[in-house]
Structure formats: structure tokens, C-alpha cells
Design a protein around this ligand. Sequence first.
Ligand code: G1P
Length: 885
Amino acid sequence: MESRFLDDMGSFRIEHGEKNRLNYFPLAAENGVMASITPELKGDLKRDQNSFVLPPASEEDLRSGMAGRNFWCRFENGELWSAAGMSAAQIAEEFTPAEEKCIVEAGLLWHRTVRENRTRQLRAAVTSWVPSANGTVEIMQVILENCGEETLRLTPTAAIPLYGRSADNLRDHRHVTSLLNRAESRKEGVILTPTYSFDERGHTPNQRSYFVFGITEDGKSAEAVCADLDRYTGEGSLIMPEWVAKELPGDSLGGETAGKETIGALRFPETELRPGEKREYDILVGTAEDKAAAEQIAAVWLSPYRIRISLEETKLWWDQVNPIRTHTGDSDFDNVLRWIGIQPTLRRIYGCSFLPHHDYGKGGRGWRDLWQDSLGLLLSEPETVADDLVAYFGGVRLDGTNATIIGNRPGEFKADRNGIQRVWMDHGYWPVLTIWQYIQQTGDIEILLRVAPFFQDGLGMRGTQRDAIQAKRSCTGTVAEHMLLEQLTAFCEAGEHGLLRLRDADWNDALDMAPQRGESGAFTSAYAGSMELLAKMLETLRQTGKCSSIDLPKRFEILLGEEDNWASIASRREKLNRFCAQCIQIPDDDRIQIPLDKIVRHLDLCADTLKAIIREKAWIQTEQDGWFNSYYDNYGTPLECGTPGQERMMLTGQVFAILGGVAAKSEIPQIYHAARRLLYARQAGGFRLNTRLNPEDFQIGRMLAFAYGHKENGAVFSHMSVMFAYALYSRGYAREGFSAIEPIWRLVLDSKKSRIYPGIPEYFAPDGRGMYPYLTGSAAWMMLCVVQEMFGVRGENGALCLRPQLLPEQFDVRNRTSIILKFGGKAFKIVYTLLERLEPSEYTIVKAELDNMPIADGRILPSEMGALDKEKIHIVEAWLGRKVQ
Ligand code: G1P
């Protein structure tokens, strides 16, 4: 199985879908339903955790012999054949691969299974999508074609199980909840409207309806409908249903099936297909807020014409989601980016839930993921994300910790998915990074002065004390205050080596067992970087002359107090305690103005302090190279070690040391050398997250309980690999950066091995299989890395600057590459020509033009940008020639 691109829009074909049963594809619409679909049409469809249309499907359910969506053809002789390959005969592999084959074709965002059976002389193409214009339904367009030489007579039946309740009910009153079902059979299909919904909200009367509707290409309805799953399967099963095999009578139309598991089975009139002839059937599966709304959907959408238009509309909609187009010497790379570019939007829709690997999620979005996914969205629509970004700060507590789950509605925050309070020590880092990017892209420095509330859930003292509600306070603050609070409190949460305490984990969620003595060197470096970024932003604010000080609660004087010994662990801890106690005791109304220059100086000193501590405590020198220890466990011992033959190394610490400016430029080659030596495996996707660590160490987290090579224990984990690339590029190591990401897309496209569709997965399993595809923060980072570092198109306080680091082999045969993107609300095509074969470190922009007019320094200022036409694509040409040393 090898994926092959069919055009330059990312559409692809995979020849042997049947060999890839676990592979799933997402179908979704913004604010609508979310689906997963496999070559056998398995997977599920839901609106949220409590409204699953099809039965919830985890990864293992895709392997099972049970059918999901199905479409039957019953031949004159009574034999059954399934367009999904899900009949007893097909599962028993009664057909050889030469007799029956299955091809998958897919694009943005539609999925087609083409199953052809030579013995039966029948081809069925099932195209599925969720229309952009109506996110409440999944459309299944079935086209049957006679691919033989004799006329066929067959009776088609669509059969879609309707689950109609909360995913929790799968193992919680599955049967009892079926007693709530009321399904109406009608000529359009089946509408299921359970009387009650049993979920965590209690037993509430239910209005929501779930439905399966269908129509033939000439507007005919089904001639028989069955809503009762028992009657449908009889003593057979979903892969050999009696109702289809024996052509049992349909339900009486308008009648109700009560208290039964439900199916929407729609038998269409028998049809004759002459050689080469095709017949189309359109099926709608979905959910609506009540029965009347479901009927309305049937009235509008049961139209083959509407449905055909909708496919084109949907393709166009998804095409626009990611306006970034690249043209390099490698069309595979250009095409795979079309998929990676929509992944941040997929994550905005799905969160970290609702695809088969993400069965742990229940909706809502994790704090870290939220900020990182925004990074990807910033690249295409920065102007539209500002309000969201400000609103997200409403998740920060007064003590600098934060909610970890953000709901779908503005201002909806939860301490944790499962109601367990935990503190992830990296959480304060990501907002700074995202706001920094936002300001660079837009120049909107005043976002720092916008006001957001604080999150009050009764937790105080950095998440260690409950019911710590402060008596009287204003409970709002500027974005600057929120970020400053997160940075300064993090700085003071010092562990015994002076690094920042790991608490309940950092970026690596699986480092969750060292809350007392664990320390994260990785995020100590990260915070050093984010403190500097915040200092720079505040300095820019000061320089605008708009304000010279900011308004803060008086207790900030504690955190901002001058120090004789900045690194003193005792003093940092003492400050934090005093500050947190005051959060509870002293109202916020007591506020003061603190000069920005004082804050900037303070942040820079904190950053320098952290850098010095890391450099002193964490550097591991070996004979050949060196790197930074990333963590201390709950015994206070370092996880990594440089003893020859027993070397242990982790990638995370290196990424943030390079990105945060902790690693000196001269140390980067050493770190890279060590990573190549100890972590790199090209065939596995590039740089692993870690070498084998000490599996006896139960003092760091569940990570070490995972089998080595899987997930956070030593897999090539895309997020960190891509951040490694980003970090290397950002310090001028382009070829090294490229080496961290290139193996990822090569492996993805080697679909025989990766067994996923194009895109970037969360990680690769030891056999090369891409895991947790589509929903991963690495997508946002990949786009950022490609646009800002590789193509070097970045914002600097709203100005567009070009600093490409493309490798010579990335140029096409004419030595050109280009990227189309949006910046400052305008569309640009940036074309680079490499005048001679040079490495990025050797070339510079020797000449640049915007719409044929020269531009200086490869830079377009916001004022110049304002004058540009919004409707047209502006061409920037830049020629890259040898640097004059
Ligand atoms: C996932 C989580 C992310 C976490 C990472 C490592 O990564 O979503 O929050 O930091 O695992 O534990 P992702 O799915 O974004 O690639």
C-alpha cells in the first residue's frame, strides 16, 4: 500500500484499502458533527460526548468483524454483497484479491472507497463527507456500476446503526438506555428520538434526534424501512442480516419502534444495471436538536442535486482553510503540507477527542494544545484569533497555575478532565510563545493591555490548597499581568537543584510521578526563553510611548523584589509562598503602577539566572560531545547520563535549551552530534524522544512503564522532533533542522510502513506505524517551521521579513521555490531564486521586489502593506546570492 498524490491539492489514492483496516480518516465541519471512517466504512459519528450518532469506535473496534456503515446489494439469487466489504462472505475472504479489490481515494475533506468485485461484475464507489454548509449530517453517496458484460438485477439496502446517546453508556447501562429509544420509520428513513438522556448531567428529558435518510438518484424513497436492530439481524448478525437476506417486510410507515437498539435500514427498489450503467443512492446520517429539525434536514437535503453541489462546496471550504501553498523541488512535500496545514483546524474541531485513538477525550481542549493550535491558526488568520487568545487567559488562576480544560463556549474552563486537580509546570510557557507570535504577525502590541478575568475554582497556593477563595477582589487583569504572573511564579517554584519543579508533569504528560523532588530542566530552559520574550514584548510596549508602567496588584512587589542572590532557592520559594498567601488574604483592589523598565530588567535577570543554573547543573560532557540533562526524578537524581556505554539522553531538554537561548551557539553542534549518535533512526522517523532510560525508575512517571519505543517512551514523537527542527533552524542550523523533519514526511508517505494517510501523526510505533493521526500539536509547529524558518517569512511587529533557509535541493529544476500565504490580511506569493548552489548559511537576499518594485532588506513595513490591494495576490521576488563575508 503506497499513497500516491493525484493532483496538487493533496488528493491521494491508496491501492489496497483492504490491507489497511485500522486506517481512519476524519470527516467533520466546524460546529458540526465529527466522524471517522475506514476503508470498510467503520468508525463513528458524533456531535459531542453525549450525542453519538453511530456507536463509539476505539481503535480496536476498527479491527473487529462488526460492520459500521453498510450498503448491501442483494442479487437475484439471494446472495449478498457489501459495498463496505462487510458481509460474512467477504470477511471470510471468499474472494481472492484478484476477484475483489478496494481502493481508497480521498481529498480535502472527502473519502471514497471504491470496491470492485470481478465475479459479481459490480463496482461500488462510496463517497463520504460532512457538508460545510450543514455540519449536522454525514453524506454517503453510493454509486453502483456494472463493470461486467451482463445485465445485473439487484436490490440495494443502506444500513446504518443508530446509537443515539452518550459514549459513556457503552459500559454504563447499554441495555437500559436502549429502553429509552423511540424510533419512527418513515418513507425518508428512520428518526430516533430517545425519551431521556442518561449522562453525567443526570436523567434529562431528551429532544435530540438521530437519523438515517436516503433517496435514489431519481428522487425515489426506500420501499421498505427497518428500525429495529433485532428484527434486522434476526438470528444472523450485522454481517449477515436476515432482514436483507430474506427480504423481510418493512416497518409500517409512521409507526414507532420503542425500547430497542436501532438501525436505519433502507431498502431501495430492485434495479437493473446494464453493462457500464451506474446508479446513485444518497444517504444522510446525522443528528438534529429535535425531530422537527431532523424533518427539516430531510426536506432540504434529500436532493441528489443539492448533495452533488455540496461535495464541491465542501472541497472548496477545506481548500480555503489552509491558504498556504508551497512549490518546491519535491511535490510530495508540497502535497503533504496541504494536509498538515488543516490539522490545526481539525484539532480546533475535535480537540484531543473523538477519533479512534483519542477515546480518552470527552471534548473540550487541553490548555497546552489550545495555545499551540492557535500558533497554526495564526499563520492563516491572525486577525480573527485575537479575541480567543484574550479569552483563553481567563483560565489562569491568581497564583499563576491554570485550568487545564477549556470548554467549547467562551469562558468555560475546568480544572481537569477527570476532576483531579493537577499542575502541569509547563503551562505558563505556551501563552507567551503564542502571544509573541501573534504580535510579530500583526504588530498589535496593545493586546498586552486587553483585560481578561482570572479563573476561580477555589484552588490556591499553586494548586495545593482547596477552598482558597479570596474574599474581595476585582479578579481581572491585563494580558500582560496574566503572563507576568505565570512567568514569575514559575521562576519561584524552585526545586532542590534550583531548576523549576516538575510538579505533576510538564509537556511530557507521562512524567507524572515525581511531584515532590522532580525538576524539569527542559522547561527551566523554556521559561528562560519565554521570560526574555515577555521582556521584549513589554519593552516594545514601552517604546511605543503608550504607557511607561502597568497596573498590578500590590503583591507583585513581592515577586518583583530585587535580590542579592537571584538563584537562591530558599528566597524564591519564600517569595512564592508569601505571594500565594496574599492572593488569598489580600484583595486585589490594592493596586500599584510598576514601571515597565523595571519589569523588563527583572525578567531579563530571572532569565539569566535560569540559564546560568542550567548551564552549571545540567550540562553533560562526554568525550565526543555534550548535552543538557532534561529531568531530575523524585529521588533528585538526573535521568540522563554520559557514562560511555551507558549513555542516556532525552530530546526535550535539548530542544528548549536551543530554542530558549540557553545553549551557546558553539554548544549546538555538540548537542546535535549527541542526538545523532544516540537518538537518531532515520527509518523510525528521525530523532527519538529518548534513549532507553532506567526502567526500574518508578520515580519519574508512567512514561517508563510504557514499552520502549512507544509513545512518550522513546518513540519518534513528532511534536518534539518538529520543535527540535524549529529550534535548530531558529539558531541558524538549517540542514540539521531539516534532518529532524524530513524523515517524518518520508515515513508518512511510505504508507506501506506508516499505514496512515498523508499528514503528521503524533508519533511512530516501533514498526513504523503512524499513531494518533490528525490530532497533534506537531502540525502547528510544522507549519510554523516551514513558513517562518524554512521559507523565512516572518513577522516582526507587523512587518513582513524574509530570511529563507531553504536547502539547495529544495529548489526546483529552475532553481526556484515559492510559497503562497496570507500576511497582514493580504495575499502574497513569495518566489525565491537561488543564483548559485549555496547552503543557507552562505546565501543572502541580494535583490528583492514587491510587484516589480524594489524593496529594501527583504522587508515590507506595515505602512507599505496597508496600501496593497486586498483582492489580489502580490508577488514578491527575491534572489539569493553569495553573502559577502
Ligand atoms: C500530546 C498532547 C500534548 C502533550 C504530548 C506529550 O501531543 O496533546 O499536550 O504535551 O502529547 O505528552 P500531541 O498530540 O499534541 O502531539
